[in-house]
Design a protein around this ligand. Structure first.
Ligand SMILES: Cc1cc2nc3c(=O)[nH]c(=O)nc-3n(C[C@H](O)[C@H](O)[C@H](O)COP(=O)(O)OP(=O)(O)OC[C@H]3O[C@@H](n4cnc5c(N)ncnc54)[C@H](O)[C@@H]3O)c2cc1C
Length: 590
């Protein structure tokens, strides 16, 4: 049940696939050099493997507990968290003006993968805090930034995102939490939020909640929603913690996985109202929240790749140890000797690698969008990051669940019982396709908003760039690639065909577009992941070491066994949506 951070594989994905070393050479990250990146990855890998990973099973069995309004975290968690903060890990992605190290998104996502693999419950707290830091840094007043950001960046205080209400999940337009303006410029909030991750806990002294609420005269629907900062403790004028604010955890959810991540029902206003301050403009709260959620969506995608990595490592270890069956000489063998077990392990590893590749490519585009010198390049990268973010979220979290399930299968019956820990990975992974916008909603966002956003320009550029990589792979004539190039050509042709179909129907047949959104997102993910992996493997084989270290075999396996699903998925998008024109009631009830 141990986890060893796969530092060299993460480094290969960063450099061979996402081109980090090239970006450093071009001067995009002036404060970074390859040695520093390696040192960060090595040290983070050590902390994740040695300090955080042991919390995973213990946190699962002990869970977080609510008593007298306080949430107690499992034993030893506070100590590890404090060491994590002291080592400066909290500030890694944070803005330099507030004590952070301002690392590129690409590097901070690579490090985040290790925290998430080591213990998803532990990593959720910093993940949400980071999202809140970004929103406050971008939209908060100077006073809010000075008061809250330094301690949030260092990890001394944590942050939450409070959107969901009992009747307002995917559709936030109906949310009811009220924020009434006060003479001093603050607001008093009242209402109930549900499912709030780390809404209350004892790892930190203060918790900074970002809450979506409605002001009294706001228009109905999403146009009337504003974003507020509501701290657990109000601040005294001397900067010390003051009065307890009227925001309380009134219960914890009992749930399938991530038992050590407290999922809280939060109540505001039982004692007159929770004091809060506007973040950004009144009625523009959803836009501000979505800025932070885009990065959070990528972080959840990384979570999918991370849990897949952990499940894979565990299954691989088990497959080497478990003896069952015999070889052609009649000698007892470890199950890894059986082709079907090898197939499952290759499936797990290639899906993990494809997910990581897509997440890192998305992070690369975010960095380019923020740091390129040329405005046009920034605009193009922003469009690409917007296109890829839903893919990173949907594909990688779906893969996290699939891989964790395959991990149980590799274990046989021992995977289904709790003591091996394989089952925990599946239980933990299962939330990631649901939160941060369900995968269904993300797929719709891709098809209805992201694809047509610029008349299809970004997706056409993406397809052209995939084709360039494939041409390079074909021209390399490396025999180990087998049929990779032609399988990838078929997959890209399928993606192009399905894309043209969707761009054609979005305007006048939205139902067909919506019906095909899920299949299209998977098609997009499989195809892009397959090409990224093969391109990265080729680059690695051309490096100083002169061989790909198994990367070509893995890319070939994925192209020949998984990318071949692409033409079928394209058919599902183009001709499979006939059912959507009826209400399908007879099929569902007949
Ligand atoms: C463990 C956990 C932690 C969470 N953490 C947080 C948090 O920190 N902060 C926070 O604010 N929220 C949090 N959430 C809430 C989470 O984001 C929501 O559960 C999620 O957005 C889905 O909302 P819902 O549960 O109301 O499902 P619903 O919106 O009711 O959706 C149910 C199903 O219907 C589908 N559906 C809904 N609308 C449409 C549509 N228009 N078109 C097509 N399909 C549709 C969905 O895809 C889904 O399959 C958390 C939830 C959990 C379980």
């Amino acid at each position: 049940m141990t986890y060893t951070a796969p530092v060299s594989e993460i480094s290969a994905a960063l450099n061979d696939i996402a081109g980090l070393s090239g970006l450093i050479d071009e001067g995009l990250f002036p404060d970074l050099d390859p040695d520093l990146v390696n040192a960060i990855l090595e040290e983070a890998g050590k902390f994740a493997s040695e300090r955080i990973a042991p919390l995973n099973a213990q946190g699962d069995s002990q869970g977080a507990a609510l008593k007298d309004g306080k949430v107690r975290m499992p034993e030893g968690w506070r100590e590890v968290y404090e060491h994590w903060c002291e080592a400066g890990w909290g500030g890694l992605p944070g803005p330099g003006d507030y004590g952070g190290q301002g690392l590129p998104v690409l590097v901070s996502m690579a490090v985040s993968e290790m925290w998430q693999s080591a213990c998803m419950s532990f990593a959720l707290n910093p993940m949400l805090t980071q999202g809140a830091v970004e929103a406050i840094a971008k939209f908060g007043s100077d006073e809010l930034k000075q008061t809250y950001l330094p301690k949030m960046v260092s990890g001394e205080w944590s942050g939450t995102m409070q959107l969901t209400e009992p009747h307002a999940g995917s559709d936030l337009s109906t949310l009811k939490t009220m924020a009434v303006p006060q003479d001093d410029g603050s607001f008093l909030l009242s209402g109930t939020k549900i499912f709030i991750t780390f809404g209350e806990h004892d790892l930190v002294e203060n918790i900074v909640h970002l809450v979506l609420a409605r002001t009294p005269d706001a228009p109905p629907g999403t146009a009337g929603i504003s974003l507020f900062l509501v701290p657990k403790y109000l601040m005294n004028t001397d900067g010390s913690l003051g009065e307890r604010n009227d925001v309380h955890c009134i219960s914890l959810e009992h749930k399938l996985g991530i038992h050590a991540s407290p999922t809280c029902v939060m109540q505001m206003g039982d004692n007159g109202g929770a004091k809060g301050w506007l973040v950004g403009e009144e009625t523009r709260g959803l836009a501000a929240m979505f800025t932070m959620m885009n990065r959070a969506r990528l972080a959840v995608g990384v979570q999918g790749a991370a849990i897949a990595e952990r499940a894979f490592q565990q299954a691989l270890g088990f497959a080497h140890e478990r003896k069952q069956g015999s070889d052609t000489q009649g000698l007892e063998v470890a199950i890894i000797a059986h082709p079907d077990v090898k197939r499952m392990l290759l499936s797990m590893k290639s899906k993990t690698t494809a997910s990581r590749a897509i997440c890192f490519m998305t992070a690369r585009e975010i960095d380019l969008a923020e740091r390129s010198a040329d405005e046009k390049a920034r605009g193009a990268a922003h469009a690409m990051a917007s296109l890829l973010t839903p893919i990173a979220k949907v594909f990688s979290t779906d893969m996290g669940v699939e891989v964790a399930s395959e991990g149980i299968q590799v274990h046989g019956g021992m995977g289904y019982v709790e003591e091996t820990g394989a089952a925990q990975h599946l239980r933990d992974a299962r939330i990631s396709p649901i939160y941060e916008g369900t995968n269904g909603i993300q797929a719709i966002d891709l098809v209805v908003r992201k694809l047509p956003a610029d008349g299809g320009e970004a997706v056409r550029r993406h397809i052209a760039s995939l084709r360039e990589s494939i041409a390079d792979i074909g021209a390399s004539n490396v025999p180990e690639f087998g049929d990779t190039a032609s399988r990838l050509e078929d997959a890209v042709a399928a993606l192009e065909e399905a894309t043209s179909f969707l761009l054609g129907v979005i305007g006048d047949d939205i139902t067909s577009a919506l019906a095909g959104a899920g299949a299209y997102t998977r098609l997009f993910g499989i195809t892009s992941g397959a090409v990224y992996m093969a391109g990265g493997a080729l680059k690695r084989s051309r490096s100083d070491e002169g061989n790909s270290g198994g990367a070509i075999t893995l890319a070939r396996y994925y192209a020949e066994n998984h990318a071949i699903e692409a033409p079928g998925l394209a058919k599902a998008v183009i001709t499979g949506g006939g059912w959507a024109s009826s209400d399908a009631a007879d099929a569902l009830t007949g």
